[in-house]
Write a protein that binds this ligand. Structure first.
Ligand code: AMP
Ligand code: GLY
Length: 431
């Protein structure tokens, strides 16, 4: 079958890598893709949100399935666009309907959904510019630090954690009155701060049944020991030692099952991935956020641990037959290390040659912000390369990834030096 994969990050390179292993795959097209995805298919230079151009491509290339990497096309309603078009309605889109994508597209929607279906999450209230004063009062009744979330998509920057009440009030004013995040902050969710360790659990659903995929921990800040600015993600590890069987059972019973049942009760069509960002608070899971797609760099550690044929599973999702499938997961640990451009997540230069990619022997190299010029690979984004290694222990995976990270070079290359170290300590305590 012919598959169209939408997106251009290391997540999409990892999807392309995995799909290419399937005997069911005939042609793979990636829009727009990057210098790495070209290895497994044809890059087509159209935006993942340009639905008419996607329609033309789907007809031209006889596409049989569309797999959506990033959230924007989902929130913009690509699923509904296909279902409502006579020419496209028989081409399955892996991803939620526009209504389902609200779980990521609107924090207010997600919180109300969790409240309605009694899914554990931080206490919250939502405010608009007309209820600014009530917002200040709500803040006064919470303890520091204060969590403020722009309702809509804000390129991963819409969550602000303010250390003091005064700072939180200024922030609320900035978001609601001065439209700090444009229309995305015309509504703001204020919620209780949860203290614990974060991790992400990934679920694949066909709307009826579900499979829980490997859990992962992401490292979001730019600096070692979680310091500095937030990024898209600087590394990831799967599995997560503190997410043991008892904890994951709680996640399934208290979060996954009520989420799937809630979607059904709301008549929301959802055939795709659900990324559940969780806080482990003294052994109990609380939802921090839903995303309606896979994570990046989490995908780069989740997919290498899946031994089953992903395309076969996605076909089952599209047909509502996920229940009939088994997903086999390797017990090995996967560790991903992200190499970024100097200056990221602030300003950075592009266009530097990336060298040493072919010398990597022990790891999988996933491209993110790269572009091919003649035979050279050039940097073309903040996150440039993800190096993923597998090992019997976190240490083994980590040693390989860091060894191979040294062989890949470009001007301004930066990576964190502490990916996985915290989890090694936790794993040592558990033995
Ligand atoms: P998000 O953009 O929703 O992933 O949020 C960004 C980060 O803010 C999360 O990864 C958490 O570290 C943090 N965060 C969000 N909500 C809370 C909360 N209620 N309590 C503590 N930290 C939070
Ligand atoms: N790594 C976090 C995300 O993909 O949203």
């Amino acid at each position: 079958m012919n598959v169209l994969l939408l997106g251009s990050g290391a997540r999409e390179h990892a999807f392309a890598w995995k799909l290419a292993q399937s005997p069911l795959l005939k042609e793979l097209y990636i829009a727009p893709g990057n210098a790495g995805t070209e290895e497994f298919g044809e890059n087509i230079n159209i935006k993942a949100t340009d639905f008419p151009a996607i329609k033309k491509l789907v007809k031209e290339k006889s596409i049989n399935m569309v797999l959506v990497g990033p959230e924007d096309p989902l929130v913009a309603g690509i699923y509904d666009y296909f279902i409502n078009d006579a020419d496209l309605k028989n081409v399955p889109v892996i991803g939620p309907s526009k209504a389902g994508a609200q779980l990521e597209g609107s924090k207010d929607f997600a919180k109300a959904f969790m409240q309605k279906y009694k899914i554990p999450t931080a206490r919250y209230q939502t405010f608009t510019k007309d209820t600014l004063e009530e917002g200040y009062k709500f803040l006064e009744n919470l303890n520091a630090p204060y969590v403020l979330k722009a309702d809509g998509l804000a390129a991963g920057k819409g969550v602000v954690i303010s250390p003091t009440l005064d700072a939180a009030k200024i922030e609320l004013n900035e978001m609601l009155i001065n439209a700090k995040f444009g229309n995305a902050s015309s509504k703001v969710v204020i919620e209780e701060f949860l203290k614990g360790i974060e991790l992400s659990v990934f679920v694949l659903t066909d709307g009826n049944s579900y499979k829980i995929l490997p859990a992962a921990k992401d490292y979001k800040r730019i600096g070692d020991n979680d310091t500095g600015l937030n990024t898209g993600g600087m590394g990831a590890v799967s599995p997560v030692p503190f997410a043991d069987e008892v904890f994951l059972k709680k996640v399934e019973e208290k979060i996954v099952v009520p989420t799937i049942n809630g979607l059904k009760k709301e008549n929301i069509t959802y055939k795709g991935f659900i990324f559940i960002g969780l806080m482990n608070v003294n052994g109990d899971p609380f939802v921090i956020e839903y995303n309606v797609r896979m994570g990046d760099p989490e995908t780069e550690v989740v997919l290498p641990r899946i031994e089953s044929d992903l395309l076969d599973i996605l076909v089952a999702v599209s047909k509502g037959k996920l229940k009939e499938k088994e997903i086999t997961i390797t017990p090995k640990t996967a560790l991903a290390l992200v190499l970024v451009s100097g200056g990221y997540p602030g300003d950075y230069e592009k266009g530097f040659e990336v060298v040493g990619l072919n010398e990597v022997e022990n790891s999988i190299v996933f491209h993110a912000g790269t572009i091919k010029k003649d035979t050279d690979i050039l940097t073309n984004g903040g996150r440039v390369i993800t190096i993923t290694s597998l090992g019997d222990t976190i240490k083994e995976a980590r040693d390989k990834a860091y060894f191979d990270a040294d062989t890949v070079n470009f001007i301004g290359k930066y990576h964190r030096n502490d990916i996985g170290l915290d989890l090694m300590k936790i794993a040592a305590q558990k033995v």
